[in-house]
Design a protein around this ligand. Structure first.
Ligand code: NAD
Length: 463
């Protein structure tokens, strides 16, 4: 772990499993209570100096980007080993993290003038919170950590970061690499189980919690934050609909739809989780999606040509099987996949499911795996209503030959991001966050940066 700029070991450790083999390949420190206090103390003490010099913080973020780029090959290998994604995708995640550092370094922390007249000048400034607790999930451990670290640090906060117990190693390694870049205490990286996450959210030194994970845990985080009124940003789960309009060219969009759902083995918060297609196009869509699904290379992320790796962990692997079995019982038609693959890893065949409707678990719940239910509709207004009839509201997409018409439908979706004729194009420039139970606040762009600040009004009398 990295605590106050030093390499810290712990007595107890926990195992880390390679999901491609199902076997333990490493261990991570299980941070003790005292070590957590040390990390918090270091972050709190460093805050007083770190907050003062914005231009040096900017430069240091650029240096972080360079350091990650230099060590990209090593980080990507470790990421594939613990997360399962194909090696080129892991390399893409590290490159993306470096890009996020660079982009964030260029953001302004604005001072707004609210009023300037003969009597007063009223400025609105932004102050950092202090110590930020950053908690991340296992699907994109590095990039989602950097979405938090970069803006938190630029705004003048210090950070204590805890990755998921399923994927702690690449994040710990990133902490070690950045130890040589950042002043001691600015970024502390610790590892442990879910209980450690809970301890972070109640720690008295923390002023802001930036959390990415499931809705259930997000609610626990919000409740834990309440008694101390810690600020929170929550990036939570989704059950994202893709709506195809009647004029869509199915052959043109089938492959893009497929990858909008199956990227990272379907383990993307904002992946397509259900498709609504006009009844008349449903047969063609199922057949084309089935063809793509059967042609994809599933395997160990280290094997050249692998397009989809294993699910990351056993509970998730079992959950996906359970949802597909439930759909089969309910009379769903499995067009492709529908079964686990042989071997010891958590491999599941890319699965396309037809003859399903709202009310079946795989449609109503976040599957977070390589399964896509296709729901047919007759009336577009009804499809939009069904797409919105959920507590989730992370993202969605609308597909049509007429982009203007698609945008009209997009505006009716109750979610944080809507894509048109694409899905999953996330850029550092735009806010990303969920409506309803999918989140609170946003990350990325100037909006995400300002989430790591508190407003301060300075009202100066003239004369
Ligand atoms: P999770 O909620 O189980 O765990 C996320 C993190 O929270 C882990 O580090 C975990 O150790 C920690 N944690 C667990 N209990 C805690 C507690 N009581 N207090 C504080 N921290 C605690 O989620 P997961 O299974 O790791 O990730 C998958 C979920 O994350 C999916 O629902 C997915 O949609 C969501 N996700 C959302 C986004 C987004 O940006 N909206 C991005 C990626 C993943």
């Amino acid at each position: 772990m990295t605590i106050d700029g030093a390499r810290v070991m712990s007595g107890p450790t926990f195992s880390v499993i390679n999901p491609a083999t199902g076997e333990t390949f490493g261990a991570a420190p299980d941070c003790t209570r005292d070590q957590l206090d040390d990390a918090m103390q270091a972050a709190a003490e460093t805050f007083e100096t770190w907050r003062r010099d914005e231009s040096s913080r900017r430069q240091l973020l650029l240096n972080c980007a360079e350091a990650l780029t230099r060590q990209a090959a090593e980080l990507a290998e470790l990421l594939t080993r613990e997360q399962g994604k194909p090696l080129p995708k892991a390399a893409g995640e590290i490159a993306g993290a470096a890009k996020w550092f660079t982009y964030t370094a260029g953001l302004e922390i604005p001072i707004d003038v609210a009023l300037d007249n003969d009597r007063v000048r009223v400025e609105v400034r932004r102050r950092p919170h202090g110590v930020v607790a950053a908690i991340t999930p296992w699907n994109y451990p590095v990039s989602l950590a950097v979405w938090k670290i970069a803006p938190a640090l630029l705004a003048g906060n210090t950070v204590v970061l805890k990755p998921s117990p399923y994927t702690p190693l690449t994040t710990l390694r990133m902490g070690a690499i950045l130890r040589d870049v950042l002043p001691s205490g600015v970024l502390n990286v610790i590892s442990g189980g879910d209980e450690l996450g809970a301890l972070l959210t109640t720690h008295p030194k923390v002023r802001k919690i930036s959390f990415t994970g499931s809705v259930a845990t997000g609610k626990l985080v919000a409740a834990a934050a309440a008694s101390d009124l810690k600020r929170v940003t929550l990036e939570l789960g989704g059950n994202d609909p893709a709506i195809l309009l009647p004029d869509v060219d199915v052959s043109r969009v089938a492959k893009r739809l497929f990858w909008g759902a199956f990227e990272n083995c379907g383990q993307v918060c904002s992946a397509i989780k259900r498709v609504y297609v006009p009844h008349s196009l449903s047969g063609q869509l199922l057949s084309e999606l089935g063809d793509v699904a059967r042609g994809v290379q599933v395997g160990d992320g280290f094997v050249a040509g692998t397009q989809i790796g294993p699910l990351n962990n056993r509970p998730q692997f079992e959950r996906v099987q359970e949802l597909v079995e439930d759909a089969k019982q309910a009379g769903a038609k499995v067009v492709a996949g529908g079964h686990r693959l042989t071997g010891h890893g958590y491999f599941y065949a890319p699965t396309i499911v037809g003859d399903v409707s709202d009310g079946i678990r795989v449609v109503d719940e976040e599957q977070f795996g390589p399964v896509l239910p296709v729901v047919s509709y007759v009336d577009l207004e009804d499809a939009i209503a069904r797409a919105n009839a959920t507590h989730f509201g992370l993202s969605g997409s609308v597909w049509s030959s007429d982009a203007t018409r698609a945008q009209e439908v997009a505006a009716q979706l109750e979610c944080g991001t809507v894509w048109v004729n694409q899905h999953l194009n996330v850029v550092p420039h735009a806010p990303f966050g969920g409506a309803k139970w999918s989140g609170l606040g946003v990350e990325n762009g100037p909006w995400g940066l300002l989430g790591f600040t508190e407003l301060q009004t300075i009202n100066v009398a003239k004369g």
